[in-house]
Design a binder for this molecule. Structure first.
Ligand SMILES: [Zn+2]
Length: 650
């Protein structure tokens, strides 16, 4: 994942000096991230997910992913394309994601095969780019001709098409982002060479177009091209790519956001989120305050008004009207995983800039309840839509069959869990997430490890394995889900006064030495959350963890997705009537009494007082991220005078 420009140099094995570009970006970011190489996951659910992802990634054949690029360059592919989205017009997009996923996984695990594959992919892509000769590179069939047409001013754009091709700019963004990650994250100079040549080609074409023509192109889905162009300006120290990034910023979306107006109802959600990541990136690199304000407002309105309990957004890929979330309940196509992947990128950038705990609270919510839950823990299949419909279910991808967007972003997701467990400022370290891991901060001579079974245990322990003999702060996140006064801390076995409130960082400043340890108690309580439109559907949480009930395993049609292009990722099984779903009683609940822990089972509850129908009274609520291969309840209708109408969904 990206770094802010001010600490890019930390990332680059080639050691580029601090670059000179104007604007606020020259100010030090409030908080900086560690390299994935510096953070090792220790045994736990995230390490498991990382290893499962690695297996999934290695099951893919690089030659099949490269075939679209070789064909387009006029070279003979070694193997055929994959099917599904890889030979129906979006050819090559998974290859782009694969470069990113290999880069993250290699950085996080040092797995030799991921490194070998990354080198191989880059060598083959360079061969393709050399053969084409113009600097262009791409897997989309007919891409060379399409760009010649665009250069000549022939531009016909629709939401999902540009010059009658399936989202070519989106596809291009995946490749460019993959090349960027291969350079910035994995340190591959060849990736930079290919990326800059490709950017120069696009820049050359763009110089022949008016701003209005570029804005017309941007009607079609284009991922975060503005983001990657801003990155290229950082990598090359050249202003012209920042100009390109600004020209490729969709003003239809940007301008209202600058005015703090939310006009997002009904828009394709995952088309907009990467644009906002790009706005933020342009603000960081170029100091454009308007772009930064637009990105921060976008985050705020999406998180506060458009996000459901698992941290995801969208129904059938689109932003819902904020006053009516009924489709979330009736439709089987709940939040798309790509959206959360992109929201986490935006969240991370904003967190690094502002250091506010609200960003980490959101990040954690999404990480457990959407990202982690979107991977099958055994076969590693990825989920596209997470249905919120009572008693519906999710389907999972297969490595050789399904080539959806959420497979591409899915492979990336589980390789970069280390990106934000810790961060730092000039001298102090932040403990943001309670995930078992080991941190090495070489420039400060610090090594620490975190051991925890969180969220099964409401506690974590941080041990100092090495420290320089000078004082510094260890800042522990005090999440908003822990009550005021409830967070307890011991240092080397002795309780200390906690001078911090929920939503802040507790700064433990002292001369730390090897062998010191910090124990933190993070009492979790049961809470409820209604749908953002305040309608009578509620969900239960334990701390940041969404609880769900497995209702049954009947009619799980297409549980392992078939190869149908636009139907494979939908849970097509029978819709169970909404008016027969479990309901909860309306009451002034004492939740600590109403949800009773099941003995011997961590984070497992029954709620016989709450659940109305006798036949559902023994349903168990468990963390949603542990629930797979079944129909489930996340949102429960509150029994009221208004009966539930059944809906056929869509
Ligand atoms: Zn997707």
């Amino acid at each position: 994942m990206l770094r802010k420009f001010v600490f890019y140099p930390l990332y680059l094995v080639t050691g580029i000096a601090l670059l000179i570009l104007p604007g606020k970006a020259l100010a030090q970011a409030a908080i900086q991230s560690f390299k994935l190489q510096d953070v090792k996951l220790l045994p736990g659910v995230f390490k498991d997910a990382q290893q499962t992802d690695l297996k999934y990634m290695l099951a893919l054949d690089p030659d099949r992913l490269l075939a679209p690029y070789l064909k387009e360059a006029g070279l003979k592919p070694l193997k055929p394309n994959y099917d599904n989205w890889e030979n129906t017009g979006l050819d090559g997009h998974i290859g782009g994601h694969y470069l990113s996923a290999l880069s993250f996984m290699h950085a996080a695990t040092q797995n030799a095969e991921t490194n070998r594959r990354l080198d191989y992919m880059l060598a083959q892509l360079k061969k393709c780019q050399d053969k084409i000769g113009s600097g262009y590179l791409g897997g989309m069939p007919g891409g060379i001709g399409m760009w010649k047409d665009i250069e000549a001013g022939k531009i016909v754009a629709d939401t999902f098409a540009l010059n009658k091709k399936w989202v070519p700019l989106y596809n291009l963004h995946k490749l460019m982002a993959g090349l960027r990650d291969a350079y910035v994250i994995a340190g591959k100079p060849q990736a930079k060479y290919i990326l800059v040549r490709l950017t120069d080609y696009i820049d050359g074409v763009s110089r022949k177009l008016t701003d209005a023509q570029i804005q017309t192109m941007l009607i079609s889905e284009h991922g975060g091209l503005n983001e990657v162009f801003a990155d290229v300006s950082v990598i090359t120290h050249q202003q012209k790519y920042l100009t390109l990034a600004r020209r490729f910023s969709d003003k239809q979306i940007l301008n209202p956001l600058i005015e703090h107006q939310d006009h997002l109802n009904g828009l394709h959600a995952n088309m907009q989120i990467p644009k906002a990541v790009g706005f933020q990136r342009i603000a960081e690199v170029g100091g454009d305050a308007d772009y930064g304000n637009a990105a921060a407002f976008f985050w705020q309105t999406v998180v506060n008004n458009r996000t459901v309990v698992i941290g995801g957004n969208s129904v059938n890929e689109h932003f819902n009207p904020t006053g009516n979330f009924s489709k979330l309940i009736t439709d089987v196509a709940g939040p798309e995983t790509c959206n959360s992947y992109n929201m986490l990128k935006l969240t991370r950038h904003l967190f690094e800039e502002e250091g506010a705990v609200k960003y980490m609270d959101f990040y954690e919510r999404v990480l457990y309840n959407h990202i982690l839950s979107s991977q099958h823990p055994v076969h590693g299949g990825f989920v596209y839509y997470t249905s919120m419909r009572p008693r519906h279910y999710r389907v999972y991808s297969q490595p050789q069959v399904n080539m959806w967007c959420c497979v591409g972003s899915g492979m990336e997701n589980h390789g970069k869990y280390g990106e934000l467990i810790y961060s730092h400022n000039a001298t102090d370290v932040y403990v943001n997430l309670f995930i078992p891991s080991r941190l090495k901060w070489a420039s400060q001579g610090l090594k620490l490890s975190q051991t925890t079974k969180f969220p099964d245990d409401e506690a974590t322990k941080i041990s100092i394995d090495e420290a320089r003999p000078k004082p510094f702060g260890i800042k522990i996140r005090y999440p908003n889900w822990v009550s005021a006064g409830a967070l307890l801390v011991k240092i080397n076995g002795r309780s200390i006064a906690v001078n911090a409130q929920p939503g802040s960082y507790l700064n433990l400043y002292r001369k730390w030495k090897k062998g010191d340890f910090i124990e933190v108690k993070l009492p979790m309580k049961i809470t409820t959350e209604v749908l953002p439109d305040s309608s009578h559907y509620i969900a239960f949480l334990h701390g940041p963890i969404v609880l769900a009930a497995k209702t049954d395993t009947t009619d799980l049609d297409n549980l392992i997705a078939d190869g149908d292009q636009f139907g494979g990722y939908r849970a097509r099984g029978k819709l169970y009537p909404l008016n027969e779903a479990p309901e909860v009683a309306v009451n002034n609940w004492d939740l600590s009494q109403a949800l009773k822990p099941v003995k011997g089972k961590s984070q497992t509850y029954i709620a016989p007082q709450l659940i109305v129908q006798d036949k559902f009274k023994n349903l168990q609520l468990i963390p949603f991220y542990k629930l797979h291969d079944a129909r489930y309840m996340i949102y429960w209708h509150q029994q009221s005078s208004k009966p539930v109408e059944n809906s056929k969904g869509e």
